[in-house]
Design a protein around this ligand. Sequence first.
Ligand code: MRU
Length: 352
Amino acid sequence: MRTVELNIKVTANEAMVWQDEHLYLLDQRLLPHQSVFIQCDDAAETAEAITAMVVRGAPAIGVTAAYGCALAVRQRIADAGNWQEKVAADFAHLRAARPTAVNLMWAIDQCSAMLPSISSDNAYSTLLNFALELHAKDRADNKTMGEFGASLLEGCSSVITHCNTGGLATGGHGTALGVIRSAFAQGKINEVYADETRPWLQGARLTAWELVQENIPVKLMTDGACAARMAAGGITWAIVGSDRIAANGDVANKIGTYNLAVAAKYHGVKFMVAAPTSTIDLQTVSGADIEIETRDPSELLGCGGKLVAPEKAGAWNPVFDVTPASLVDAIVTEKGIILNPDRDKIAAHMAN
Ligand code: MRU
C-alpha cells in the first residue's frame, strides 16, 4: 500500500478524501498518533485497504467501495478488451473485502445495477458522481439521525458507547457518535464512557480522539467494565452503531455489543442503535443469518505488535456479535425512530 502525506488539516471527517482524481484513505490503524493517507487507484488497492482496516466502520466501507467501483471502471476502460467483464470481477473482489458490513454490498449492488445502462464514455463519471453523492448524503443523513437520536434523551446524563461510530466510521458526523455529538450540543450529555474495544482499540484510539478534539468529556474503560459502570449509576443510555440489521431487528455490531445490551437490560439502562437505512438488510431474515467475520488469532494474542499470550495459545476472534432485537429499545435511522423494533415495524419503516 502506498502511503502519502496530504496537505490538509486532518479531522474525523477526512476518513476518505477524493482529490485530483485519486482516492486517499486516512490510515486509521495509525491514529491517533500519526496522520498518514493510503492512495488507492484501483479496486484491488481499495479492497486491500478495507480488509486491512485502513478504513473501517460500515458506512465508511460502503462509501469507500463506491469510490473503488469508480476506480475499477476508469482502469478497465483504459485497458484493452471487455471492460464490463473485468469490472464485474473487480466488483466481486471488492465485495469480498469484509463480510459483515452490509453497506459494502449495498453500495456495490447499486454500482452494478448502473453498468448495463452506461457506455464507456460516461461510465467513470457516472460512478464517480454516485460515490461523491453517497459520501455527501451519508454525512447529511447522519446529522438528521443525530437529531432523532438526541430527542430520545431526557435531562442530562452520562452514556456508554462501543467501538468507533463517528466521522471516521462514516461520511462524517457519525451514527451513534453523531447522536452523542448532537445530544451533547443540546446539553443532554455530561460525559461519555467509551469501551476501549479490544482488539483493535477503536474506542481508545478513535472514539476518544474524536471526542477529545471536540471537547466532549470522555472516559475510557475496558470492555468488561460496562456492567460495573452501569451498577454505579448515572448512565441512562448505551448508544451503538451497527454493521447489519436483519429484517427482524437483530443487530450485528462490534464484538462486545451483545454483552453491553445484556448488561443494559439488567440495569434498566436504555439501549439505542443508530444506523442509516443502508445498514438495514431486509434480505437477511434474522441475526442467525448474518455472516460474522472472524479475523486472524494474532490480533488477539498480541497487543501493539507484541505477543502477550503464550506462544501455543489459540484464540477465538469473531469481530462482531448479534444483539437480539428484544434487547434493543430503539433503532434510529435518518428516517426516524423505531421503538422496540420487530419485523413489522422495520418493514413499515423501510417502506416509508
Ligand atoms: O471492525 P470495524 O471497526 O469496521 O467495526 C465497526 C463497528 O462495529 C461499528 O460499530 C459499525 O460499523 C457502525 S459504524 C458507524
